[in-house]
Design a protein around this ligand. Sequence first.
Ligand SMILES: Nc1ncnc2c1ncn2[C@@H]1O[C@H](COP(=O)(O)OP(=O)(O)OP(=O)(O)O)[C@@H](O)[C@H]1O
Ligand SMILES: [Mg+2]
Length: 247
Amino acid sequence: MQEPMLDVQNVTMKFGSLVANENVSFLVKKGEIVSLIGPNGAGKTTLFNCITGFYKPYAGRVFFKGKDITGLPTHRITAMGLTRTFQIVKPLKEMTVKENVLTGAFLRMPTKKEAEKVAEEVLEMTGLYGKKDYLAGSLTIADKKRLEIARVLATKPEMIMLDEAMAGLNQTEIKEAMELCLNLRDRGITLLIVEHIMEAIMPISDRVVVLNAGKKIAEGSPEEVTNNEEVIKAYLGERYHAKGKKS
Ligand SMILES: Nc1ncnc2c1ncn2[C@@H]1O[C@H](COP(=O)(O)OP(=O)(O)OP(=O)(O)O)[C@@H](O)[C@H]1O
Ligand SMILES: [Mg+2]
């Protein structure tokens, strides 16, 4: 059997007496798009932090490509091919768009020439090429989110975790972001996506994992999850009917 790309096993994370993740387990296979959904405060970002080395989980283990990465420093996890974006985008504002992307590209490309080539490819892929000389601080929110993705792509990842990369985007920009996700998947990149915009992620996800109050309450195909009573009660409620339409 093919080894899973990401294997999260019984992860628990506590902040004092608050249990932000409780015994969470799930798998992501190579080439899949998996979404992680749930209400505000469910523990999605905390789980991202536990997976990518920003936090060391209180209990449980995380495996990437069969290797135990639990609690490894973030830069080591990135070097292994797993990287993530942040819910609150933090571009280096005084640097240009291209310079921001170069900071990622230098991870694998030792010379400026090679790094520039990777940066330009990634700028092209994310639709930012025409703005490569803009200061990052001057970008719109949609372009800042694109830049965040471009920066992680420049590290040549095998798997990317996106934390609300579509929040604050308009309909057209959301469509573009969905296309970008599918495009990355077609290039062989595995994706784990945290998002509240159900209309955007349900059509592109192979599987969906649902968190509520730190616990996994459901996992399955988009159809299974959107028809799951507990998920509707805890999260989807009025915002997304089981048939996949907005209420
Ligand atoms: N560094 C921290 N210290 C203390 N409590 C924290 C910390 N980070 C998160 N929490 C708490 O842990 C819980 C889970 O938060 P988390 O940010 O992981 O939720 P989320 O699912 O990402 O929510 P959202 O959809 O609003 O982004 C919340 O109750 C939050 O207040
Ligand atoms: Mg969050």
